[in-house]
Design a protein around this ligand. Structure first.
Ligand SMILES: Cc1cc2nc3c(=O)[nH]c(=O)nc-3n(C[C@H](O)[C@H](O)[C@H](O)COP(=O)(O)O)c2cc1C
Length: 191
């Protein structure tokens, strides 16, 4: 609540687990951000420049600038949403690397206590359910307060997106809208 009594939208960082130029996950994330507005202000937290985690870097005072920037961005948002593809029945290394960087050094876990949620996206039949489940393990260990339901495992194809990349496929769009509404409530509950 601001001084003049108006509510400012709470911030949510969206982490997309693919670097592919035409990534379905990135398109879904952009559509989700629009669905969350104006209740929540969702913005992507970019992972493409993140150096690979190495425990030595912090210990030796050689923390990469990409980590420092990322850690500040994670700290600054109130909620976290992961939009994950599935690689070999698990989460992509990109997201695991991000989780590890945000969790360290010991005693500086920046994820703890944030409300969060996971969206799985795949052209496969199962909508990245295995990736989403695998991601739950480190995310909940790190103290992210994950929304249990509704779950969103979207099985998508090119035809589910319009020319601008907006998710238009009816079944997936409806599921994502329900997910977005529930997440707005989830953020309220954990305020
Ligand atoms: C290394 C690799 C492993 C994959 N393994 C799976 C898998 O286990 N399950 C699945 O549904 N899709 C799998 N796929 C297909 C991805 O779901 C597909 O490439 C998808 O488009 C990636 O997400 P994106 O569009 O956001 O980049 C795999 C793709 C790659 C490159």
């Amino acid at each position: 609540m601001s001084v003049n009594g108006s509510h400012s939208a709470r911030s949510v960082g969206i982490l997309v687990g693919s670097l592919r130029r035409e990534a379905f996950t990135r398109k879904v994330a952009a559509s989700l951000a629009k669905m969350l507005a104006p209740s929540l202000s969702a913005r992507p937290i970019e992972l493409s420049a993140l150096d690979m985690f190495n425990q030595d870097f912090d210990a030796m005072g050689q923390t990469p600038a990409s980590w420092t920037r990322f850690r500040q961005e994670v700290r600054a948002v109130e909620g976290i949403i992961f939009v994950t593809p599935e690689y070999n029945r698990s989460l992509p290394a990109l997201l695991k690397n991000a989780l590890d960087i945000g969790s360290w050094p010991f005693g500086h876990n920046r994820w703890a206590g944030k409300p969060g949620a996971i969206v799985g996206v795949s052209p496969g039949r199962f909508g990245a359910i295995a990736a989403a489940q695998a991601l739950r393990q480190p995310a909940s260990f790190l103290g992210i307060d994950l929304m249990p339901q509704p779950e969103a495992y979207l099985s998508v194809s090119e035809g589910d997106f319009d020319a601008r990349g907006v998710l238009v496929g009816e079944a997936s769009r409806k599921a994502l809208e329900q997910f977005a509404q529930a997440f707005v409530q989830w953020m309220t509950r954990t305020r």
